[in-house]
Design a protein around this ligand. Structure first.
Ligand SMILES: Nc1ncnc2c1ncn2[C@@H]1O[C@H](COP(=O)(O)OP(=O)(O)OP(=O)(O)O)[C@@H](O)[C@H]1O
Length: 378
């Protein structure tokens, strides 16, 4: 085995240049919007800007990268600017300032023709209210983007059938939207977006209108398709469990600003402020935090014959392993020992407070209550 590393997550995200890079993006609604940016007014808070100018700052100085193949979730309360932000990514809403780069190209400089091509070929959107054409059959809705592109009937129907198959709607090709349930309509929306084989998928609260069980199915569907197709996706939601389930990384928005961008573990394990803490406080930490997050290098003399766990194993699943023996769990990726997790480390994950002091106190009380902690501290 190679030597252990103390590197923290995330380690399995895609490397390389971002697919989408957003730099210092602003969107200010209102007739006097241009009087705000670049003046001292822009430093005032949202309410003060509205009072002074009548303008609404929907997106304020937002920067982030979306890596190829990742699902990047944007989450926040109603009115925090999520929909405006996602629409700025294809200039469905024109940003007031800043840049959006797609594969390094600044889309701010695109003319109408190039912008149309971008929306037809490179980026597809799935909307909350499906956005289907009511008078068209499912297959014609799915084929719509291909028709707009000028693809011939036989070819576009073949492609549309393939997509309908892919989202599990075979047999419903000829149904009109009002003959389909909400979940099925959104599958049509998904198939339509995928039909044009876009590089990027933008989801604007696509499952908010669906019943919880259907919603769960659709989330599974997105994860399955993502595994298969590896598209880059930006996914808007105001539902934390959806964000945690789908997001490789999650951005939390408040009043137009990004408060924190991180993996589920980073948000749950180290919330940036009380706003994020409020969002994540009811999350069961052992379901989210992984051994990769908690691991540390082995200590001198610590036994290294404990059970093995993959880096993404959640804490809940290693608790039985730790309970069964005293040696720490070894976190292993292939042949490489990445680190170890002992009983006290697992307690730290369960505890709200992850400071060293709290960890030590938890370990001490565990030792006092039941013998060795199995991590060399006892
Ligand atoms: N066309 C518009 N004109 C003026 N103000 C707007 C416009 N669109 C959005 N806003 C304002 O911008 C702010 C951000 O709105 P946005 O819809 O982006 O938020 P959101 O987080 O997507 O909310 P929700 O979850 O309710 O959809 C809000 O204060 C909203 O009222």
């Amino acid at each position: 085995m190679n030597s252990p590393t103390t590197e923290h997550p995330p380690s399995d995200r895609s490397d390389g240049d971002p697919k989408i890079a957003v730099h210092k993006l602003w969107k200010i609604f209102g007739r006097n919007a241009s009087s705000v940016l670049g003046t001292e007014l822009q430093d005032l808070d949202r309410d003060a800007i509205r009072e002074r100018t009548g303008c609404t700052v929907a997106v304020r100085d937002v920067s982030f990268d979306v890596l190829p193949g990742e699902i990047f979730v944007v989450m926040g309360l109603s009115g925090s600017g999520k929909s405006t932000l996602i629409r700025c990514l294809t200039r469905l809403i024109e940003p007031s300032g800043g840049e959006v780069l797609l594969d390094g190209a600044d889309i701010g400089g695109y003319g109408p023709q190039r912008l149309r091509e971008l929306r037809r070929h490179q980026v597809a959107m799935v909307f909350q209210h499906f956005g289907l054409l009511a008078h068209r059959k499912a297959i014609d809705n799915v084929a719509y983007g291909l028709e707009v592109r000028g693809m011939g009937r036989t070819e576009r129907y073949a492609r549309a059938r393939e997509m309908i198959d892919m989202v599990g709607l075979s047999g419903n090709e000829n149904a009109r939207p009002d003959q389909l349930s909400g979940g099925m309509q959104q599958r049509v929306g998904l198939a339509r977006a995928l039909a044009v084989d876009p590089e990027v998928l933008l989801f604007d609260e696509p499952f908010s209108a669906l019943d919880p069980l259907i919603r769960r199915d659709m989330q599974q569907e997105v994860l399955r398709l993502q595994q298969e197709l590896r598209k880059t996706a930006v996914f808007i939601t105001h539902d934390l469990s959806e964000a945690l389930k789908l997001g490789d990384r999650i951005a939390i928005m408040r009043d137009g600003e990004l408060v924190q961008v991180g993996t589920a573990e980073e948000l749950v394990g180290r919330p940036a402020d009380d706003y994020v803490r409020d969002f994540v406080e009811d999350v069961n930490r052992t379901d989210v935090l992984t051994v990769r997050w908690l691991m540390r290098p082995p200590r001198d003399g610590e036994p290294l014959d404990g059970p093995v766990a993959a880096p993404r194993t959640v804490v809940r699943d290693v608790v039985p392993l730790l309970a069964a023996g005293s040696a720490p769990v070894r976190v292993v990726d292939g042949d490489t020992l990445l680190g170890v997790v002992g009983r006290a480390d697992a307690l730290r994950a369960i505890a709200e407070d992850q400071t060293e002091d709290a960890t030590k106190a938890a370990a001490d009380s565990a030792a006092a209550a039941g013998g060795p902690t199995g991590d060399g501290r006892s």
